[in-house]
Write a protein that binds this ligand. Sequence first.
Ligand code: P6P
Length: 339
Amino acid sequence: MAQQNMPGYVTTIERFILERQGLHPEATGDLTTLLYDIALAGKLIQAHTSQAGLTEVIGVTGTTNVHGEAVQKLDLLADQIIINLTDHTGRLAVLGSEESEEIIPIPDKYPTGKYVLLYDPLDGSSNIDHNVSVGTIFAIYRRVSEEGPGTLEDCLQKGRNIVAAGYILFGTSTILVYSDGHGVSSFTLDPQIGEFLLSKSNIRVPDKPKYYSANLGYQRRWSEGVQRYNDWLTSKENDGPNLSLRYTGSLVADFHRNMLSGGIFYYPGEMGHPKKTQGKLRLLYELNPLAFLSEQAGGTASTGRGPILDVQPTELHQRCPVFIGNTRLVKQAVGISPT
Ligand code: P6P
């Protein structure tokens, strides 16, 4: 009997990552251990999100983040957990977080490494008080600066340069989904043993889409092209399968469902809105990681003009319109977004 068919055989995320280290010829083990660090952060964050309703961490801090959005206490906790688990290991040159206006340097007392970590510590956190799933999103790059403290330039790389990316979805179960450029795999946290165990490998976006996801409350602020596209999706002109509207207001939850079941998520720019002419979602630590995963799973991610992964970032927190999911549905949207 093959080993993996033996009763009780499980593949932990550690085993899975280690076995794939050989796929990266230049691997020194740093990427492997950095991914462990992120998995451990997921376990710690899960321990707090699962208790959010029972302890004082629920609710807002009374502060706002760089985008003027109310910061939930769990946002800050998740951010600190990720920094505390990664800033001293000598694997990172610099970090970039949704919760920090500037890049996060490695403290002088610690060695710097060859990787860059960009992340949203707890996306969708406004849903925490309503017990809706939330998620951590991350992208890992190689540094482009030579040595010493990492730089903003290290963070402003195209998504095409991503080495590995993924998310941790804190929902009915805690699932870590990632890709190292060789397909997408998911791991479910077994709370009894505290391990992420392989649940799906080589995840592919189904050819037949089931859902479309957008905040239709904003459609009067969308361009005419986007409004036409939105109407097309559920019109007789769309000769594809009928689509159901599913929108949770939590990007990771909506993306995860659509990647597994097929569909499209879009958050377009809004005409005349002071902050959202380029949409609401951030390029570096939300859209690039998800676009990387989507392409790895056979999907497509577009700004409405071209691939998300080909956008040259100019700012750490820049926003970008997004149409992501089944390639046929996304391609229909290309060319309609005026931005
Ligand atoms: P809206 C959550 O605040 C978030 O950043 C994403 O998780 C989500 O997809 C989006 O904003 C929801 O935004 O404007 O529809 O409430």
